[in-house]
Design a protein around this ligand. Structure first.
Ligand code: PLP
Length: 445
């Protein structure tokens, strides 16, 4: 069907320079990576590149000169694409004037005004540098505003104590802190209702990840938050500027008390944003401390202004939806035509994920095998379709051709019982980003 689109070039198997950098970083950089999802545990170790040097549009080049179509897009920030001309021009123009200053930059005001045009709850705006900065600021603000301590969360919210304490990687977080945060499962309204109470300061959740809300889940949560006087915080790191220009809050018609953004807003420059009602955000004026040296750094704000303008002018969410649907539906029809009912692309068109269920074999081995076959044919694949404005129908056609080959090979190796033996390195490890059944709150009596 699509296979004929795949180039007949030799398979990509030379990762020599990647391995040399990897060796040099041993012990020097504990854990190797600064972003877990970019690190060696998420790629077949030995059959994948490890370091990328250059990117343009939807393509990247690794340190060995191999070129790939990228479906990770730096784990979300590249909403428009690598080295996107309009954004780069804005960064360069600002660079000529200065990166960061001794006083406030007018860009702080101009960017906030623009954000207010996009995001419904953005009566007030503050900036951070990372997603974790603003989720943590939102939680502190909610505790200060309500005078309560407990937090209910659902999703991934960054590396800070208040959140990471509820996960398996909680060493170094005092028990007293861990005991203040509980999780709930998405679409489990009953579990949520049993957990929320008058001691809860805030509910923070990703409005959607791959699953859509059922039975008005988000609206029901909003209702219960109001009933108990709990602040509702939307973590829109992924949904922001993708699901719609106004994020999930606009898409679902829900106005959370606070919302936090990052990733897509500045096409790769480090900027995060907290938005909300002035009545709550005004606590930043005196009581709640949220200041950092690089807050207000001008290159990122210039990039955000240019990115938001382009997202709007080009109606980027519509493009993500169209291209993402071709890829997601294309994957599912290839899998169905091969009779592989254990693998599916699920999620929203603007961001979907390929799943493998365990009845056919070890899901991580299947993922590793497919990844190896995709990478060797020029598709940098971590199991996700993080679509950008630079991804084209041609990219999707090519990718579907590679999927067709990879899934046929998967079918063969499963039927021959040679799956593990066909993986030319260490298989990928589980994604840490587990969002279910962590520190669930015991049902109250
Ligand atoms: C939903 C969500 N919230 C928060 C974060 C944390 O952001 P950062 O890694 O920039 O601190 C992430 C990161 O992937 C995220 O996906």
């Amino acid at each position: 069907m699509f296979e004929s689109n795949v180039r007949t070039k030799p398979l990509i198997t030379n990762f020599t320079n990647s391995e040399l950098y990897y060796d040099r970083s041993k012990k020097l950089i504990p854990g190797y990576t600064q972003t877990m999802a970019k690190g060696p545990t998420q790629y077949v170790n030995g059959a994948s590149p490890k370091y990328l040097r250059k990117g343009k549009g939807s393509k990247v080049r690794d340190v060995d000169g191999n070129v790939f179509i990228d479906y990770n897009m730096a784990i979300g920030p590249l909403s428009l694409g690598y080295s996107y001309d309009r954004v780069d021009a804005a960064i360069l123009s600002q660079l000529a004037d200065g990166i960061t200053f001794s006083m406030m930059s007018p860009l702080e005001v101009e960017t906030a005004e623009l954000i207010r045009e996009f995001i419904p709850n953005a009566e007030s705006v503050r900036y951070g540098k990372t997603g974790g900065d603003v989720t943590t600021a939102a939680v502190r603000l909610a505790r200060a505003y309500t005078g309560r301590k407990k937090i209910l969360c659902c999703g991934y919210h960054g590396w800070h104590d208040w959140y990471i304490g509820v996960t398996a990687r909680n060493h170094g977080v005092p028990e007293e802190v861990r005991d203040l945060t509980y999780t709930f499962n998405y679409n489990d309204l009953e579990g949520f209702a049993a957990s929320i109470d008058e001691e809860t300061a805030a509910v923070i959740l990703e409005p959607v990840v791959f699953e859509a809300p059922k039975n008005n889940f988000l609206h029901e949560i909003e209702k219960l938050c109001k009933e108990y006087g709990v602040l509702l915080i939307f973590d829109e790191m992924w949904t922001g500027f993708r699901m719609s220009l106004g994020g999930a809050q606009k898409y679902f018609g829900i106005t959370p008390d606070l919302a936090v953004y990052s990733k897509a807003i500045a096409n790769g420059m480090p900027l995060s944003v907290i938005t909300g009602r002035y009545e709550i955000m005004s606590l930043f004026e005196e009581q709640v401390f949220f200041y950092t040296t690089f807050g207000g750094e001008a290159l990122s704000l210039a990039a955000a202004k240019a990115t938001m303008a382009e997202l709007k002018e080009k109606n980027v969410p519509a493009h993500l939806n169209k291209i993402g649907a071709l890829l997601k539906d294309g994957y599912n029809s290839i899998a169905a035509s091969l009779g592989l009912d254990f693998t599916k692309a699920v999620g929203y068109n603007w961001r979907s994920m390929v799943t493998f269920s365990s009845e056919a074999g070890d899901p991580l081995l299947m993922k590793s095998f497919v990844q190896q076959e995709m990478i060797s044919r020029g598709v940098l694949w971590g199991g996700y379709h993080n679509i950008s404005y630079s991804h084209s129908e041609k990219d999707v056609d090519y990718t579907l051709g590679v999927y067709e080959i990879a899934l046929k090979l998967l079918k063969n190796s499963l039927s021959e019982g040679s799956l593990r033996a066909s993986i030319r390195g260490l298989p990928v490890q589980p994604v840490f980003r587990k969002t279910e059944n962590f520190n669930m709150r015991p049902v109250l009596k």
